[in-house]
Design a protein around this ligand. Structure first.
Ligand code: FAD
Length: 376
């Protein structure tokens, strides 16, 4: 199916099924409810075929390019049917499973993620290791038939809901840096795994600490080869900075449009609105080009750091504008709409941190794309 056909048919389906897909106030009220509603939307979209387009047939997909997935996520977020952060974890994790898991494992697991039967999480960051990922310490030790994992992860989004985790572990010496890392696909109900949700300032416990205490992982859950974990991470991060960000951009457009409909006359200047729109448009133009490059089979890499910087800048600009224009509601309002605006404004502070901080993205741009210094 080509993109224009897909868009028209999907839009019709979304119109016809709007009542069943739209979240109620209760569906939005807590993260538990948002996650349950997300599973329901994914299940309906999968069973109707939409969630399968853009994924390869060997993992239960119906084929076609990533542009179909980009439009599905755009339509679902722009219509306010799903929250982009929790929806787009699929875009972050499924492509790397397809690239690195045993074909039988990918064929068994990816459909569960697409259909919303399962949630997965990404266990990369540790208390002493976020930006400097190559120094991670969570250790996996080889046994006769697999690995035993000991250590801790932190900021693991949705870990408390997750059935599986794409986990980076240290399998080489502590000094082996990026050469001694191995990626594992771990069942979160494995004995020895403890998940402790962390409450954030925006009021939702979106991420968790995860502790591993002699957690056994079978050998056939290794993603790629032993010691190839850095390549797995470098494969995953550009996905995190491409289609998932496109979906987030659609959500920011919706937020800006709603703001312009709500804001009292004169509360913000046209120049301030123009500046924010220009930032969002710059992100969208860049991200559109990235989607097109993926669609023709180009491998993404360090250049997706530019997409991440533009998205983070635009996200904070949108919510700064909303906070200026609707200050009383955002700062003091106690109705559900104000609470949501406040929560989103606070969450926008995370945009320059999640998926790699803006400082680190600028280092990547300087060193790898502009050749302005050593890449340490
Ligand atoms: C909402 C949210 C969701 C997240 N979800 C996940 C997840 O699901 N899985 C996961 O593994 N991680 C997740 N993270 C963690 C995220 O990837 C890290 O927070 C991020 O990479 C930064 O690492 P850090 O927190 O250890 O900060 P640090 O690396 O300690 O950095 C602290 C500050 O120092 C700056 N800094 C560090 N090194 C340099 C340098 N060399 N040059 C210039 N400045 C530097 C950073 O930019 C930052 O401002 C999430 C984070 C957030 C906010």
């Amino acid at each position: 199916m080509d993109l224009s056909e897909f868009r028209a048919a999907l839009d019709r389906w979304l119109d016809d099924n709007a009542a069943g897909l739209a979240p109620t106030d209760e569906d939005r009220a807590t993260l538990d409810a948002q996650m349950a509603h997300l599973s329901e939307v994914k299940r309906r979209a999968y069973d109707a075929g939409w969630m399968r387009w853009g994924w390869p047939e060997r993992v239960g997909g119906l084929g076609g390019t990533n542009l179909l997935r980009a439009y599905l996520g755009e339509a679902l977020t722009a219509r306010n049917l799903v929250e982009p952060g929790i929806y787009s974890m699929t875009e972050v994790l499924a492509p790397t499973m397809i690239d690195y898991a045993r074909p039988e494992l990918a064929a068994e697991m990816v459909p569960r993620l697409l259909r919303g039967d399962e949630t997965w999480c990404q266990g990369f960051s540790e208390p002493g290791t976020g930006s400097n990922l190559a120094s991670l310490a969570c250790r996996a030790t080889r046994t006769d038939d697999g690995w035993v994992v000991n250590g801790q992860k932190v900021w693991t989004s949705l870990a408390q809901y997750a059935e599986r985790c794409v986990l980076l572990t240290r399998t080489g010496t502590p000094e082996s840096a990026h050469r001694g890392i191995t990626a594992l696909f771990v069942d979160m109900d494995t004995p020895g795994i403890t998940v402790r949700p962390i409450e954030t300032m925006h009021g939702l416990a979106e991420f968790s600490e995860v502790f591993f205490d002699d957690a056994a992982v079978p050998l056939d859950r290794t993603l790629g080869e032993e010691g190839q974990g850095w390549a797995v991470a470098m494969d995953l991060l550009p996905y995190e900075r491409s289609t998932a960000l496109w979906h987030r951009g659609a959500y920011l457009y919706r937020r800006l449009e709603q703001f312009l409909a709500d804001v009292p006359p004169g509360a913000v200047t046209p120049a301030a609105v123009g500046e924010v729109f220009q930032q969002l448009y710059a992100f969208r133009a860049r991200s559109r080009a990235t989607q097109r490059r993926l669609a023709v089979g180009e491998k993404l890499g360090a250049e997706t750091s530019i997409d991440k910087i533009l998205l983070a800048t635009a996200e904070q600009a949108v919510f700064d504008l909303i906070t200026d224009g609707l200050a009383t509601d955002v700062l003091l309002g106690d109705d559900a709409r104000s609470a949501r605006l406040r929560s989103e404004a606070l969450y926008s502070r995370a945009a320059t941190i999640y998926g790699g901080s803006s400082e680190i993205q600028r280092n990547i741009v300087a060193r790898r794309l502009l050749d302005l210094g050593a890449d340490r």
